[in-house]
Write a protein that binds this ligand. Sequence first.
Ligand SMILES: [Fe+2]
Length: 254
Amino acid sequence: MIIAQISDTHIALDVPDADRRLSDLALTVADINQLDPLPDAIVHTGDIVHNGRQDEYARARSILAEARAPVYVLTGNRDNRANLREAFSGGGYLSRDSDFVQYAIDSYPVRLIALDTQSPGNKGEFCAERLSHLAGLVEAETAKPIAVFTHHPPFLVTEGPDPFHFESRQAMSLLRSALQRSDRVVAIFSGHVHRAASGDVAGIPASVMPAIATTMRYGQYPAHLQSSPVYQIHRFDPIWGFASETRIAGDPRL
Ligand SMILES: [Fe+2]
């Protein structure tokens, strides 16, 4: 199974770099579309838009609609749950069994579980209600390995000004304990920090991918790559697990 992960596109219509954010996403989708083999799924780990507005979602959705693989979206701290649900309801996977944007996708050899770590602030939250919903998602199927997707990473990202990306240590601990309770969670993929990082949750490999919005990406990139979006491909092998690759969108040499 091949998953393309994209994140932090921050589509906005009234900022000086609005066109660049749109073209970063469009370039990324075009690059994924020409991969051979094509990914089985594309997961957007949140901050799809910058202000949660319907008109921003309309633009993001129209670009994502060009993708040849099914797209699954998460809510980030800049997203608006109601507007996100409205924009992406056509996919049929955003279940209504929780107020939170949490769901499982069961149609692949790896189950995909998308979590909602949104809080009223910038950092992540994970409450008892989301915890019990996650437990139900995990227990609904007991054979397949699980890849978990979150916007906020449930591990310390030591690069950057603040390594801690949850509102409270308790919230991050709740999420970490839930993830380690099942021995079927084999990988955790996140966004939010806008820079590449990796860590683990009690031995489960966990990673953060850079922001697709190149004007908002952190980390050192050579001059000729500063305007090229980078995204990640996660390939799953039933024996060897996940291996991830970072790709540069639009680079004719790759
Ligand atoms: Fe973001």
